[in-house]
Design a protein around this ligand. Sequence first.
Ligand SMILES: [Zn+2]
Length: 385
Amino acid sequence: MDPGSEFEGVGEGRLTPVTEIDIRGLAEVRDEKDVFLSVYLPTASREEEAENRSFVARRSRAMEEALPADLKASFRETMATVEDLLFSSPIPGERGRIVFASAPAPLLRAYRIGIDPGRAMVLDTSPFLLPLAKLRDDYLDYGLLLLDSREARLFCVRSDVPEEVGRLSADLMGKHKKGGWSQMRFNRLRKGAVRSFLSEVAEDVRESCLRHKTRGLVVAGPGDAKKEFLELLPHDLGRKVLAVVDLPIDAPQRKLVEIGNEIALADERVLSMERAEELRAQILRGGLAVRGVEATKVALEAGRVSVLVLLKDASAPGWICERCQALEARRRPPPACPNCGGPTSAVDVVNELYELAERTGAEVEFVEEDACLASGEGVGALLRY
Ligand SMILES: [Zn+2]
């Protein structure tokens, strides 16, 4: 990726869905020295903002003191670049902010997001991506369809923010006078009109799902239209339906997103439990899986990993060689790399494994809790071969 200085999100004054952030590109960025500043801040309230200021002041002071003399000036320069980005007023709907910056690299990425990222500030040889990766795992984009027999609204929910992407309404028989028709004939005609309306909605949903690459679809609304709609959905789309929920057609957006998020998150939890289960089964039968930091690292380096499976709270102190990328867990960094003599630094090996996975195109799955993974340092991988 072009590591050039670039403004995103904060400068534009819009919310960026976490799925839109080029995490793979950011995983390619590294330097031999600790020049990359990563900051995650919650911005939902005034109290948070006040806490952010003292947190950043405290952390930056500690960082500057810990840095070798030759890096202090560039660190101050980086801090000066991000000052405004960190503390500018939040826009409506903003609940957090993520900034990656380095004056010497140069790199500058800043994003306003609709979710609370927790508070973290790290200076390292590469952008600190693990918190962002966890957010992306929890907040996949999904579609939300609210419909009855004459109105349909389709939303794409990205990082907690609903965006209306389609709206259809049918003037069912409105133009006709019921007078003169038998009740039976009226009902038949109305039924046909509802059906053709719902087919139109299904077609719209299909197009939208393709365009927005949503993970799944929540179907909501009052009455029986939902059921009829599901019967009209083509099979491939039907499989994407995460849940069907009874809701009034005028349900407020906030409520919709709240319910949709719960459903999407529950679906993600099921998926990650399935992954953990698959890993356990493969390990038990000596199949295509590894567990533990060392074995996982070797598999990643060989490009054999299809899915890196990480416990959410996994972390393993260790060191990395900034030149040849030699990586070792459970050791303090040696003065120089035993392989190439390059500079070493202390790292969280789990974060390094994560970045390695991104660079090698492996999928990454975070698991809430799992005994098998926990006994393997919280790290494992399903292998391609
Ligand atoms: Zn080395």
